[in-house]
Design a protein around this ligand. Structure first.
Ligand code: G3P
Ligand code: CA
Length: 254
């Protein structure tokens, strides 16, 4: 059966922490996710890719060097090798000892206390293993109704739809994509329930364009108070932010 979307709320936009509370903690670590939920985020946005031995791990870049003490491509390392790396101290010595988490570990740690926007980082076209592994993990933890899969790659999202139509999907769109890739035919080729738009693309026209097609609107990455106020007035369905505390305060004050 097609996805029934219970992810969003009718009364206010969701606050999704971009790679966790990544303004104050190292991105995509358990520490960043824990802090985001403590600050009141509804859910976590996290990037997932496969280790060389096929384990879904939470990591943004294709290279290890920016956010760990390792070198080389993540896809060329086994999980055992990745486990030896420090993913926290580059950000602040206080976070030394943070590891690259597996998706399973994140689900173990937070279970149904969070919503999960899992971005499928398929850098090439060989994304079959990634989609399969993520879908299996979501199902195993019973988190189908708390998960929204997303990708910039329509073919990856299409694969997710074919494998697991019951898990909702959001298509990521950025300004630098050519216009035809941002338009309606994608919804036919790749059925999805949400558009994840760079916040700079979102105005009244875009929102009503999405509404007419029954698509939820997710704005990324919103770290500015005035921008957030503008998007809340436009009634977007979710805000992805590095600073969940800021948006929790803002929504609380409204
Ligand atoms: O989901 C929005 C955002 O995460 C996409 O860009 O590079 O932060 O993964 P990036
Ligand atoms: Ca992402």
């Amino acid at each position: 059966p097609e996805a029934v979307v219970t992810f969003f709320r009718a009364d206010r936009p969701l606050i999704l922490a971009h790679r966790g509370a990544s303004r104050i903690a190292p991105e995509n670590t358990l520490a960043a996710f824990r802090l985001a939920l403590e600050q009141g985020a509804d859910g976590l946005e996290l990037d997932v890719q496969l280790s060389r031995d096929g384990v879904p791990v939470v990591f943004h870049d294709s290279e290890l060097s920016r956010t760990t003490d390792g070198r080389g491509r993540i896809s060329e390392k086994t999980l055992a090798e990745l486990r030896t790396l420090d993913a926290g101290k580059w950000f602040d010595p206080r976070f030394a000892g943070e590891r690259i988490p597996t998706l399973e570990e994140v689900f173990e740690a937070f279970g149904d206390r969070a919503l999960y926007n899992i971005e499928l980082k398929a850098f090439g076209v060989r994304d079959d293993g990634l989609v399969r592994a993520v879908v299996a993990c979501v199902r195993r933890y019973g988190l189908v109704h708390r998960t929204l899969l997303s990708s910039f790659n329509p073919l990856t999202l299409r694969r997710a739809w074919r494998l697991a139509p019951e898990i909702p999907r959001g298509l990521l769109v950025d300004l630098d994509l050519p216009l035809p890739l941002r338009r309606a035919w994608l919804a036919f080729l790749v059925p999805h329930q949400a558009r994840h738009l760079s916040f700079r693309m979102i105005d009244e026209r875009t929102v009503s364009w999405c509404r007419r097609r029954g698509l939820a609107v997710v704005a990324w990455t919103v770290n500015d108070l005035q921008e957030a106020e503008r998007l809340i007035r436009l009634r977007v369905d979710a805000l992805i932010t590095d600073d969940p505390a800021l948006l929790v305060r803002l929504l609380g004050a409204q």
